[in-house]
Design a binder for this molecule. Structure first.
Ligand SMILES: Cc1cc2nc3c(=O)[nH]c(=O)nc-3n(C[C@H](O)[C@H](O)[C@H](O)COP(=O)(O)OP(=O)(O)OC[C@H]3O[C@@H](n4cnc5c(N)ncnc54)[C@H](O)[C@@H]3O)c2cc1C
Length: 301
């Protein structure tokens, strides 16, 4: 699916401006690199990718990742045909195109799904008391989906509409630093960096539980990432802690959802989660990033 998406990103003029083919540098602590190479072979796909020994990988990209943490790293997957896409720009471009094609764009709060006497969803109930009906409904409500399904299960008396453990909203911290002119020159053409770990179940610490975002099921995430700088010179990381934000959405019904505040309260980030980004900086750049000022943090759902 990712390769099919990439084909569209590279060929369709609507998406093409937003794909940045920077390559990827993936530090592997499992057989991941070989698995990826094998998958490309199985799918009959050509790509410029290789599993590179650590000593050689340290020297790539003018030694950009020379001081990264390579503990337990077996090899580095270097895929020059990979990259990253700017999601916000894509969303705006696609929305604009939909409007040009005649889509009617309505902004409203949906309180539950509208179901007919059987099990068919025929519309949406809105907070202003209206029902919006359509022949086809595509629910793409992101991390709010379990909450909306829970509301719908209760209001329609259909318990099996609950997401249960089929969908769990998870948060992760992202952080950014603004590079100086000098360091931007060094990082401008960098690949996406990934530190891959083998997942292990973690226990929440008392400190973590005291934070604004409860973290009842923190896991040591499968990967930490570093994204190339944007044109305004912002280099970005995501951290390793994946967490839930559990609350009682209906009497006796607990589930994880983003905070109900505007913009998911995404700019309110606890000190503990900011440390996650310091750690991410350290495992990619070591002493080279030690003095960077971490100005912005967001919670990504
Ligand atoms: C700060 C941040 C940084 C991120 N960075 C990255 C990244 O670098 N790379 C990456 O791959 N992913 C990133 N993500 C994750 C990525 O944005 C999401 O995975 C992706 O947007 C999910 O797409 P979606 O269409 O499923 O849901 P969303 O983009 O969340 O869209 C859901 C929409 O449904 C609306 N909605 C929900 N419930 C209701 C309701 N009841 N009534 C009306 N409207 C409703 C919401 O307002 C929203 O507009 C980031 C997320 C955040 C918040």
């Amino acid at each position: 699916m990712a390769l099919e998406a990439q084909d569209i990103f590279e060929s369709d003029p609507l998406w093409q401006p937003y794909f940045h083919k920077t390559g990827i540098f993936w530090m592997c602590r499992s057989a991941y690199a070989q698995d990826v190479i094998d998958n490309y072979k199985k799918l009959g796909r050509k790509a410029d990718l290789a599993a590179v020994p650590v000593a050689e990988a340290r020297r790539l990209h003018d030694g950009l990742f020379e001081d990264a943490d390579y503990t337990d790293v077996t090899e580095v997957l270097v895929n020059k045909t990979s990259g990253w896409a700017a999601a916000g720009d894509c969303l705006r471009a696609v929305t604009r195109r939909c409007l040009e094609l005649g889509v009617k764009y309505v902004t409203t709060e949906v309180t539950s799904l509208h179901l007919d006497g059987g099990n068919r969803c025929t519309g949406l109930n809105t907070s202003s008391g209206h029902v919006m009906e359509a022949s086809h409904i595509i629910l793409s409500t992101g991390a709010y989906t379990p909450k909306l399904l829970e509301m719908s299960a209760t209001s329609s008396n259909r318990a099996n509409l609950s997401a249960g453990d089929r969908i769990v909203a998870g948060g992760i911290t992202t952080g950014m630093t603004k590079l100086t002119e000098d360091s931007y020159a060094k990082f401008a053409n960098m690949p996406v960096g990934v530190q891959g770990y083998t997942a292990k179940q973690g226990k929440p610490t008392a400190a973590a539980l005291a934070e604004r975002l409860p973290m009842p099921n923190t896991t040591t995430g499968p990967f930490i990432g570093s994204l190339p700088p944007t044109p305004d010179k912002e280099l970005k990381w995501w951290g390793q802690k994946i967490f839930r934000n559990t609350s009682e959405v209906l009497p006796g019904r607990f589930l994880s959802a983003p905070p109900a505040d505007r913009d998911y309260a995404q700019w309110k980030v606890s000190g503990k989660l900011k440390e996650d980004i310091q750690h991410a900086n350290h495992v990619f750049y070591g002493k080279n990033g030690a003095h960077w000022n971490m100005e912005k943090h967001r919670i990504c759902w």
